[in-house]
Design a protein around this ligand. Structure first.
Ligand code: VG1
Ligand code: CO
Length: 588
């Protein structure tokens, strides 16, 4: 076949956000739109990661993925790539892509040097919804800012792209290698089921036998909701075939291009069916909920963990995993290298890190770091051997087994903890529940009351103004405290107010304006950020946190405990006046 050089012009707005370029499908379908971005990426990479290299192309299966995969294969061939690895039916979860880059070896011993991941994660899919693309590097993690900046620069100057137009479409529904001669010699497309690679990796981390014993106990019931995302392509294999769960424990586990019309975001608002099954819906009370529930987002890197009538905040989840990892998960048995969380994530993990250092397990070089949101910031720490377990309040949890957050890994981590604490209990009447584990954790470490308010699709101008006002206010702490006194008398004083700035301890790079922080004398916190993953308007995120050490006060309802801080946050930011919103779109 022949290579066509197609003339093109730069298209505005191709700057990748927190996790790649995410736009409406109709934007991606514009002539040259995807092609410009893909060529800009090839041009941004070192030549040896393109010419003669193997790249992975796959995604969460959302609408338009298959067309995009065929286009990228043709462009890869034309740019001198030697082979493309594609998940069966174009499906691969984001964590599986990371695992495949790091672990998979081709028939001839080759390794992949990077991946195009086609996902808009937790954003809805379908002809009128979102599509997305991001590039992951050789370490299996998202391209660092240096590379995404270069990609963006290239999109602003691009004049031509290369494509093998007469290259036949590849059948993505059959496993196997298609050998086709490329312009530069060999060119193969390898279609394979990444569940094999992923299961192999999970088995090297967790004790599947102990989880099987838990799952086999008739008292242990479970519900896993893939929200019709790509997690469904792994769920049956892992939970049913490997661990022996009943098929009826899985819901919405058939991947769909439009996620069944839903919003594939694993939280209490969007994972409605699971929330009802777990007995957490007031309108729809369930008489006998399962012991354990979990959900994933579209690309399966996020997770929500639930117990019977009980919600585990993601900030608590990572703290509890870290506190139990050494004894419950073989991969960590020799200790944690360090733990990290994103800045808006609660400090529950910090408290665990301090304890681990003092008395709990033998820990090698424990360190605790706060990073900006976006998984790429964790990758550097992991590559440098500084971090074993990390998490974000946004339902992201993971470890250094790969360089992405990992939804199914988090579920297996919780199953491992449940299996560990119940190992002598399986014959008894009552299992130690998820709720018991969390309450036990609070009584040891104290509780971080935590909530996040999201205002989605707010007018961009209004959102920017709200943020600018909050920054201006930070100039005088005494003014801030006067305003707060006028709102409520029962909150502590603000002792520090700033914009979060992160200096990467590994490469020294500095990321500024990573969130507006108000820190209170009692450890409470308000954080305001604008989302970098939306595709329309602006999304304001408000994070509210309060630490309670007194064991007699850790059992309150979260919204009651946080009411004073919520009121302060809304009035201080003039949320309703500036955005016209009297309530957030989503509360988590
Ligand atoms: C959100 C989350 C952030 C996460 C990012 C990518 O970003 O807040 O914690 O890293 O999504 O997750 P933002 O900028 O919208 O707040 V995913 O599952 O969308 O790759
Ligand atoms: Co995701």
């Amino acid at each position: 076949f022949k290579v066509s050089k197609v003339e093109t012009n730069p298209i505005d707005g191709q700057k990748p956000g927190t996790s790649g370029l995410r736009k409406k499908v109709k934007v991606f379908k514009q002539p040259h739109y995807l092609q410009n971005f893909v060529q800009a990426t090839f041009n941004a990479l070192p030549a040896n990661q393109v010419k003669g290299a193997i790249i992975v192309v796959s995604g969460d299966g959302r609408y338009w993925s298959k067309d995009a995969i065929q286009i990228i294969i043709k462009m890869a061939a034309a740019n001198g790539v030697r082979g493309v690895w594609v998940g069966l039916n174009g499906l691969m979860s984001t964590p599986a892509v990371s695992a495949v880059i790091r672990e998979r070896t081709g028939a001839d011993g080759s390794k992949a040097s990077g991946a195009f991941i086609l996902t808009a994660s937790h954003n809805p899919g379908g002809p009128h919804e979102d599509f997305g693309i991001k590039y992951n590097m050789e370490n299996g993690g998202p391209a660092p800012e240096g590379v995404t900046d270069k990609i963006y620069q290239n999109t602003t100057t691009i004049k031509e792209y290369y494509i093998a137009e007469d290259f036949p479409d590849v059948d993505l529904s059959t496993e196997g290698v298609t050998k086709l001669g490329g312009p530069e010699g060999e060119f193969d497309v390898d279609v394979f089921d990444s569940a094999n690679d992923y299961v192999k990796l999970m088995k090297s981390i967790f004790d599947f036998e102990s989880i099987q014993k838990l799952v086999a106990s008739p008292k242990f019931t479970f519900c896993y909701d893939a929200l019709h995302g790509v997690a469904g392509a792994y769920a049956n294999r892992i939970f049913v075939q490997e661990l022996g769960a009943q098929e009826s424990f899985l819901i919405n586990c058939v991947p769909k291009e439009d996620f069944g019309g839903g919003h594939p975001d694993p939280n209490l608002t969007y994972a409605k069916e699971l929330v009802a099954r777990m007995g957490l819906s007031k309108a729809n009370p369930e008489a006998n909920p399962p012991e354990f529930g979990a959900a994933a987002d579209g690309d399966a890197d996020r997770n929500m963990i639930l117990g019977k009538r009980f919600f585990v905040t993601p900030s608590d989840s990572v703290a509890i995993i870290a506190a139990n990892a050494v004894k419950a998960i073989p991969y960590f048995s020799s200790g944690l290298k360090g733990v990290a969380r994103s800045m808006p994530t609660s400090a529950a993990l910090d408290v665990v890190a301090k304890h681990l250092n003092l008395k709990f397990f033998e820990v090698i070089l424990p360190c605790m770091l706060n990073v900006p949101t976006g998984w790429k910031f964790f990758g550097n720490l992991m590559d440098a051997g500084m971090c074993s377990v990390c998490g974000e309040e946004s339902f992201g949890t993971g470890s250094d087994h790969i360089r992405e957050k990992d939804g199914i890994w988090a579920v297996l981590a919780w199953l491992s903890i449940l299996a560990y604490v119940n190992k002598d209990n399986l014959g008894k009447d009552q299992l130690v529940s998820v709720e018991d584990i969390v309450r036990g954790h609070w009584s040891t470490y104290g509780r971080h009351y935590y909530t996040r308010y999201d205002y989605e699709n707010v007018d961009s101008g209004a959102a920017k103004e709200l943020m600018a006002n909050l920054v201006n206010l930070q100039a005088s702490l005494s003014d801030v405290n006067n305003i707060i006194r006028g709102i409520r008398s029962d909150v502590a004083d603000v002792v520090q107010a700033d914009e979060f700035e992160y200096k990467d301890p590994v490469d020294g790079s500095i990321s500024k304006h990573q969130g507006i922080r108000y820190l209170f004398a009692d450890g409470s916190r308000l954080v305001f950020r604008l989302s970098g993953t939306g595709s329309e308007g602006a999304t304001i995120r408000l994070y509210i946190e309060q630490y309670e050490k007194d064991p007699s006060k850790i059992g309150r309802e979260s919204h009651e405990a946080l009411a004073p801080l919520v009121e302060v946050a809304l009035k201080l930011s003039q949320m309703e006046k500036m955005t016209g919103r009297s309530a957030p779109t989503v509360i988590t």
